[in-house]
Design a protein. Structure first.
Length: 135
């Protein structure tokens, strides 16, 4: 997400504009994908992402489902413009935001300024979390 955010800033568009692929303003329904990791796209950090509602144009926020397996996600730290909201749907993750560390369990969330260095690593066999970026 950090790379997409920086490209969006350079182009003067929202991150959602880079992830949209349709012309629809109808409600965007996403089925339960927790048992379908094959629909997620791999990243260079070792986790996989699924851009929610790609057909809904001009979003003010970019929701992304993130799927990661313990031991496969690389330690990383990113920063970009905007605000971010993380809600752990399954499993647990170790988060760092700035110099602070947080252990988030299923059902827990955190909201922060994306300009702070941050990263998330699964601490259970796998973790799925919703990452919502607002620019």
């Amino acid at each position: 997400m950090a790379t997409l955010s920086k490209i969006a800033v350079a182009l003067g568009v929202r991150v959602s504009a880079l992830m949209e692929d349709g012309e629809d303003h109808q409600p965007a329904l996403t089925p339960n994908l927790s048992q379908h990791p094959e629909v997620f796209v791999a990243t260079d950090k070792g986790y996989n992402i699924y851009a929610v509602a790609p057909h809904f144009l001009n979003k003010k926020m970019q929701p992304v489902l993130v799927y990661g397996r313990k031991g496969q996600v690389k330690n990383h730290s990113v920063s970009h413009t905007g605000e971010e909201f993380i809600l752990v749907l399954e499993g647990e993750v170790q988060a760092h935001i700035g110099t602070m560390k947080y252990h988030l369990r299923q059902g827990e969330s955190i909201y922060f300024q994306s300009s702070s260095q941050h990263g998330f690593i699964p601490t259970t066999d796998y973790a799925i979390y919703l990452d919502v970026l607002v620019q």
